[in-house]
Design a protein around this ligand. Structure first.
Ligand SMILES: Cc1cc2nc3c(=O)[nH]c(=O)nc-3n(C[C@H](O)[C@H](O)[C@H](O)COP(=O)(O)OP(=O)(O)OC[C@H]3O[C@@H](n4cnc5c(N)ncnc54)[C@H](O)[C@@H]3O)c2cc1C
Length: 546
């Protein structure tokens, strides 16, 4: 006998075009690359917004990877087994070229920007499979420093075919790469690495070493090779460590266990030990930290992009849910205070998207001095600020769904997944303090302050509070010699840039409210505190996903 009728339970947000429904992203792209052909993004946005892909995303996270360290006879195999949905997601990301195509595209175009937008869209579908994708994208600038390895591996790294087999690089249709820096005794402080590399001769790939030691975090251990740090007599050096050696034997990378993580469930993150593993030098001996940071710069970009994508997805779900759910006689989205929350989240999401895409654009013009300075300045700023805002954002978006936001089950369980994922981009590849301190380094060593002033100049006159902040920054930058104020400076540079960019790309009601709330103090300490008189209707309408 039926006890009750089920009603007033919203449908999950599925089968929509992630790109076409994202007005903020489309306007940010139009600003950063006027006339850009976005047809490919529309295709990807349609494909990755489908119910079928969302099922893959759920299954890949529910059925977490499993380590098989030994076979039934007790021999080491060091294999990680993934659910088929993980492989389906990887095939999608690789097929779209998110791991590489930006490097093989002709110079002078918008390849990094387009790839960045695609990366954000994929993040909306499933973020944790993007870990090896991001590391493969990031590795190219650093790997070029070993020309022989790069010559042999670059075609495989750029291939659009996903190949999960554990065989020699030359027998594979496509390759992926990871990185190993963090050790038990030091993560941020990688110079504390104790892993030892002993010279073992020379061959076609250059100086060869035998590596003994460990890594405390090494994600995606099924990648085909890794850039790692190890001590040589000259100091910390960067080495190329393939999983399968050129003679077809498996390298001595022993996976000890997989991390039991808060989120990021579909991705395997491992603890490994190297037992006389074979590796080749990349760059100069003793210069490993700056060498591997060329990779770190690109993964930091992806942290900003990824968090922006997660913000957008959680906002879209919140908008979709509150439009259907009735409380106190009308849809939640019609309740004035809920409108304040949603509009505030929409502003934050659009500003994050714009800042992250602006950073990506800088990598399309390495020959341009201003863009190089922006890349150096914006990388720590965007990684710090966007990722810091992520967890707070996800909590508030989740709360828009009430109890349904907190459960794992079904389509709207995406919210719980997003919430668990959010802190990660802030921690890995340099946690918040490390990014803020890196900003100080960037400001000391480059023409970043002048680049910042140049970047913000077109927005002068938009809002008095923005003018005041832009005018104050040069003096603050000049005086920025103490780490204690580094977070505040990173925050304020981020806000000045976000407002300046929105002033050039978004409607007046967006930038006006952004400046009034974030810069002029007409705001509280939580989302949903926009001032009276804010045009929340226009902001919410602009943010609607469908
Ligand atoms: C899911 C996941 C996947 C990962 N995958 C990889 C991977 O594939 N490869 C890899 O190499 N690493 C990986 N990591 C490790 C990650 O990059 C490190 O955890 C991170 O860099 C921080 O290092 P740590 O854990 O040693 O923390 P610590 O270095 O001990 O830092 C702890 C805290 O202290 C702060 N801090 C450090 N120094 C200072 C200072 N001078 N002043 C003020 N504050 C400071 C940091 O900001 C941080 O908040 C992964 C981590 C996670 C969670």
């Amino acid at each position: 006998m039926a006890t009750h009728e089920v009603f007033n339970q919203p449908d999950a947000l599925m089968d929509y075009n992630l790109f076409e429904g994202n007005r903020g992203m489309r306007d940010a792209l139009a600003f950063n690359a006027p006339g850009l052909d976005t047809a490919s993004l529309s295709t990807l946005g349609g494909r990755w917004g489908t119910r079928a892909m969302q099922v893959h995303a759920r299954l890949a996270n529910v059925h977490a990877p499993q380590l098989h360290s030994h076979d039934r006879s007790g021999r080491r195999i060091d294999q990680v087994e993934f659910h088929p949905s993980y492989h389906a997601l990887m095939a999608q990301a690789v097929g779209a070229g998110l791991h590489a195509t930006a490097w093989s595209a002709p110079q002078g175009g918008h390849a990094h920007l387009l790839r960045a937008a695609g990366f954000m869209l994929f993040t909306e579908l499933e973020p944790s499979t993007l870990c090896p994708i991001s590391m493969t994208y990031a590795v190219t600038p650093a790997l070029r420093s070993n020309a022989a390895v790069y010559a042999d591996w670059s075609a495989g790294l750029a291939s659009l075919q996903y190949d999960a087999s554990a065989v020699r690089w030359s027998d594979k249709a496509g390759l992926t790469m990871g990185m190993g820096m963090t050790e038990k005794q030091g993560g941020s402080d990688v110079r504390a690495n104790t892993t030892q590399a002993v010279a073992d001769g020379q061959d076609a790939w250059g100086k060869r070493y035998l590596v003994t030691g460990h890594k405390w975090f090494m994600s995606a251990p099924m990648c085909d090779a890794f850039l790692i740090l190890a001590q040589t007599p000259a100091g910390v050096s960067c080495l190329f460590l393939p999983r399968v050696l050129p003679d077809g034997t498996v390298n001595a990378i022993h996976i000890q266990r997989l991390k039991d993580k808060l989120g990021n469930k579909a991705n395997a993150s491992s603890e490994v030990e190297f037992v006389d593993a074979t590796a080749w030098l990349v760059g100069d001996e003793g210069r490993g930290v700056p060498q591997i940071l060329e990779m770190g710069t690109m993964t930091r970009l992806d942290c900003a992009l990824g968090t922006s994508g997660l913000m957008r997805q959680s906002l879209a779900i919140a908008l979709h849910h509150t439009a259907q759910r009735q409380a106190f006689g009308k849809p939640l989205i019609a309740q004035p205070l809920m409108r304040n929350v949603l509009a505030d989240l929409a502003l934050e999401s659009e500003a994050a998207c714009m800042l992250a895409l602006r950073l990506a654009r800088a990598f399309d013009r390495p020959d341009d001095a201003h863009e190089r300075a922006m890349a150096r300045l914006l990388t720590p700023v965007a990684k710090f600020w966007i990722c810091k805002r992520g967890s707070h954002f996800a909590q508030e978006a989740m709360e828009c769904l009430g109890g349904n936001g907190y459960v794992e089950e079904g389509g709207e369980g995406v919210m719980a997944r997003i919430y668990r994922e959010m802190p990660l981009n802030s921690i890995w590849e340099g946690a918040g303090n490390i990014m803020a301190i890196d900003l100080l380094r960037a400001l000391r060593k480059s023409d970043a302050a002048a680049a910042l002033a140049h970047e913000c100049a077109p927005a002068r006159g938009t809002h008095a509070a923005l003018d005041r902040l832009i005018a104050a920054l040069p003096t603050r930058i000049e005086a920025a010699d103490s780490e204690i104020g580094a977070r505040r400076l990173a925050q304020d540079i981020a806000l000045a840039l976000q407002a300046s960019l929105l002033a050039q790309s978004a409607p007046g009601y967006v930038v006006g409210t952004f400046c009034a709330s974030r810069l002029a103090g007409d705001w509280g300490h939580v989302f949903g505190t926009l001032g009276a008189g804010t045009d929340v209707d226009a902001i919410i309408k602009r943010a609607q996903p469908t």
